[in-house]
Design a protein around this ligand. Structure first.
Ligand code: GDP
Ligand code: MG
Length: 379
């Protein structure tokens, strides 16, 4: 037995069993003797937990409650525990003008870098995947165009470490190329330029380089520090070199995270599945996410019921920079929403509900606000 039981309001017999090094069944039995009929999963209030501790002859102390605003604090103030850090894979977004070859590049990467064991195992495409290059891992976000990226950024989720800007060598710099540069700059990520379609007879990579200098992307051979790689996403030409450059650029960034804490990160995409209910692709950014974790995601909450990787394979835990698809939420979150793991389901639920309420109120404020203008309009 520990000397002190540091509990949280709402813990159940299983949680308490772990803390007290006792079987949950014993906890249930003890509670029964104390006049409380509960099962192992039912959450208990403070009084019940304190009574239980007294019965074991130890002191009970309530752990400070996780506040609802902690999700934002966690990210904004970098409150996460940085005592311990491990390096993590870079998270890369591929952007560029329509038809310049983003999807072709992502597909080429996905298919050329799957390990033998996974071959044929690509059953579904989630909004992100990881691949191995040499002994290193790179996470690619498969964001459907700029809209999702913009939505994420609007919600404060800068989840990209490196932007790969795809520019077709036969088409040159186009409006969405410039837009992508602006996004990457606003997000503060370094840009690597992949000059694509160099297999085409009318390809003019030199022209792309010269044109991009107008936007502050100066290649190394012109005295700047932007990495350019000429590729053919269709044939795979120089794609490995592009991966080398991504890793080189990432090394400079010294990307680190602490996997030894509660999981936290962002929603890449989410949908409602007829059979599975709400399904969300999450990118873990801090800590480790486990199956069974009580979790708050944006305005919704739940417990991670299933967790799969990009190949649809069940996994038990996910470390920083790992994209996973999870089920178990009670509602569909939005791309860019933050998630964080709570220590128990009751606090997760309370925080989730509180956040939902807050955003409802906020929405109402935006939409139905009585201002002097509309007050007089309706009179
Ligand atoms: P996205 O809109 O940026 O996702 O562009 P896509 O990947 O859909 O590519 C648009 C078109 O360009 C498709 O017909 C591709 O087959 C073609 N394409 C993409 N990369 C290359 C390349 O390296 N060489 C050639 N010749 N065609 C390419
Ligand atoms: Mg595409």
């Amino acid at each position: 037995l520990p000397k002190v039981l540091v509990y949280q309001d709402g813990m159940n017999a299983q949680d308490l069993g772990k803390l007290l090094h006792r079987e949950p069944a014993e906890i249930v039995k003890k509670l029964f003797m104390l006049g409380m009929m509960v099962n192992q999963n039912q959450s208990l209030d403070k009084d019940a937990i304190e009574l239980l501790a007294t019965d074991y002859g130890i002191e009970a102390k309530e752990k400070e409650n996780v506040n609802v605003s902690d999700i934002d604090k966690f990210f904004n103030e970098e409150e996460h525990n940085t005592d311990y850090q491990e390096s993590r894979p870079p998270v890369v977004t591929i952007m560029g003008h329509v038809d310049h070859g983003k999807t072709t590049l992502l597909d080429y990467l996905r298919h050329s870098h799957i390990t033998a064991g996974e071959a044929g195992g690509i059953t579904q495409a989630i909004g992100a995947y990881q691949l191995k290059h040499g002994d290193q891992t790179i996470t690619f976000l498969d964001t459907p165009g700029h809209a999702a990226f913009t939505a994420m950024r609007a919600r404060g989720a800068d989840i990209t470490d490196v932007t790969v800007l795809v520019v077709a060598a036969d088409d040159g710099v186009m409006p969405q190329t410039v837009e992508a540069i602006d996004h990457a700059k606003a997000a503060g990520t370094p840009i690597i330029v992949a000059v694509n379609k160099i297999d085409k007879p009318n390809a003019n990579p030199q022209h792309v380089k010269e044109h991009l200098m107008n936007y502050g992307l100066v290649p190394e051979d012109f005295g700047g520090d932007t990495i350019f790689v000429d590729i053919s996403a269709k044939n795979g030409t120089n794609v490995d070199e592009l991966l080398n450059m991504i890793l080189l650029q990432s090394e400079v960034l010294e990307l680190k995270a602490n996997p030894k804490q509660n999981g936290a990160g962002s929603v890449v995409e989410a949908r409602l599945d007829k059979g599975k209910g709400p399904v969300a692709t999450l990118l873990v950014q801090q800590g480790t996410l486990h199956v069974g974790d009580p979790i708050v995601v944006g305005d919704t909450f739940g417990r991670v019921r299933t967790m799969t990787n990009e190949n649809g394979k069940d996994i038990k835990d996910a470390k920083p920079s790992t994209p996973v698809e999870i089920t178990g939420l009670n509602d569909v979150p939005e791309a860019g929403d933050r998630f964080i793991v709570f220590n128990n389901e009751k606090t997760a639920r309370a925080a989730g509900e509180e956040r939902a309420k807050e955003s409802q109120i906020e929405e109402r404020k935006q939409n139905n606000r009585v201002t002097l203008d509309n007050l007089f309009d309706s009179m």
